[in-house]
Design a protein around this ligand. Sequence first.
Ligand SMILES: *Cc1c(COP(=O)(O)O)cnc(C)c1O
Length: 429
Amino acid sequence: MKFVSTRGQAPAVDIDAALVAGLAPDGGLYVPDTIPAADLARPRDSLADTALATLAPWFAGSRIQSHLPGLCADAFAWPAPLRALAGDGDHLLELFHGPTAAFKDYAARFLAGALSALRTPHAADSTILVATSGDTGAAVASAFHRRPGFAVVILYPEGRVSPRQAHGLECWGDNVRAFRIDGSFDDCQRLAKDALSDADLRARRPLTTANSISLGRLLPQAAYYAHAAAHHYAAHARPLNVIVPTGNLGNACAAFIARAMGAPLGEIRLACNANDTLPRFFGGAGYLPQPTRATLANAMDVGAPSNFERLRHWHGDDVALRGAFVARSVDDAAIRATIRNAEARHGIVPCPHTAAGLHLLEALRADGDRRDWAVVATAHPAKFDAIVEPLVGHAVPVPPALAACLARPAQGVRLGREPDALRRMLLDA
Ligand SMILES: *Cc1c(COP(=O)(O)O)cnc(C)c1O
């Protein structure tokens, strides 16, 4: 299986090279020449088994093909329950049971295992450069912490993540360093992309990415959609439709991949916050990246969703792409109201990102939609206690893994947002 760049100016590579490189040398994202099919309609016992079935075709011929069962067992070690909510056909796909309480734990853990397995003995240490709007950095830090041969550099927008998210980025130490950038997530992402496409820098300091632009992050995420959809279909003989809280489009792309591979998924609907680049595009306007706006659902504060290039590549032209997805913007007032009413209405307390998805579900029901829907619960509400608790009027219990992370001391460093500051820091380290 070969992977080409969305920008068409880089040589085709195999999966191993695509994983190690992260970003293609022409600045594009790696995409497969075709999306392979797999028997994903059959429900499997464990999430790790489904992950193996989902990932096996992608790793045919890889140097680490024989490691795949172990990598899947390690990365899909905690459940992703599809929980039925109070309303008919309403579900929550809970992806927040991992070590840093967000869905990104699964794929970050997989990528860390895969890159470790791909490492050749005596290779120079590799630096994982990760721009984060709050949750990616913690998941990547947890996955790579104390892993021999790897260092992690996290760039995050100062003041734009929740206090508990900031703690989760800064509490690691050892081979993990966190830098606060005076800017937005898009500034952080631009810094990371510039460094990754700086051939001179990369020759002196082996660099890779763990953002969802990396295939090693993207592909594993297809597994929990395949698992939930297969079990739902086996029980009800109806496809599962999903509402995905969306920022960089990584999680939604993974749902698209799962469906394209054969998982019994129906519609994939995108819930965005006030950053409405995607709702505007899908509503018929052009693709016009916007400066980021800070919202309550900060992990979705993205004005230039990086995986858009992949969706465009797969759909050929914008008319076809617009026909394939519905995207809606949910503002902070609606997110607040949804959190406030969620216990009475659905029997759950959502994080602000999940609340954006729930809001779209409520709108669909109000329009008379009778299909089976799962809102993807992307993070645990305890990570956003300062927002959620005043709205629901009580404390939200902290899951044990998150509590352990919060109990450790935190330390981060400020870094200027000019590209040279990052370059100098990477070369000095
Ligand atoms: C990262 C994240 C999102 C957005 O996911 P994308 O793959 O970037 O679209 C949504 N919610 C939470 C809690 C996240 O951490």
